[in-house]
Design a protein around this ligand. Structure first.
Ligand SMILES: [Zn+2]
Ligand SMILES: [Zn+2]
Length: 148
């Protein structure tokens, strides 16, 4: 695991403690799966299966509750992406951008798109303190454009 990912996990641990939540080994294991599965959007069941390989005694409820906590803290968000079951996204920079082709359903990930310009505008309009989230933009990819 890279230094960057380790640092991301450490910051999540700090956020847990700052919110009076215990930073336990099973919780850390769930976060580890999330930070290292960029672009895969694992479902809760998939995360449970991976974490259980390292912690055979971990309960399904622990994993699901941890995902719930992480989402409440704004550290992860779920996305459906044409599936019935949501997958989870770790918000490395606060936001995560998907561009989806409505014809072939190809998904592009744009982790470094500067959404910082949009967020202050939304904040002004809504009076919310905006923390981030997943942007999902639909359109038609280059190869589908040439086919039609
Ligand atoms: Zn994604
Ligand atoms: Zn396409």
């Amino acid at each position: 695991m890279s230094q960057y990912l380790r640092e991301q996990i450490r910051q999540v641990g700090e956020k847990f403690r700052a919110n009076g939540l215990r930073w336990t080994e099973p919780r850390r294991a769930v976060v580890e799966v999330l930070v290292s599965s960029a672009g895969r959007h694992p479902t809760a069941a998939e995360i449970y299966r991976i974490v259980r390989q390292r912690y055979p005694k971990i309960g399904r409820a622990t994993v699901y509750r941890t995902l719930d906590l992480l989402e409440k803290l704004g550290i992860i968000r779920h996305t459906f992406l044409q599936r019935a079951v949501p997958g989870y996204v770790f918000l490395h920079q606060g936001t995560h951008v998907h561009v989806i082709c409505r014809k072939c359903e190809k998904v592009l990930e744009l982790p470094d798109v500067p959404t910082q310009e949009i967020l202050p505008q939304v904040q002004t309009i809504t009076d919310f303190i905006i923390e981030g989230g997943v942007f999902e933009l639909y359109g038609m990819c280059k190869s589908c454009q040439t086919q039609s």
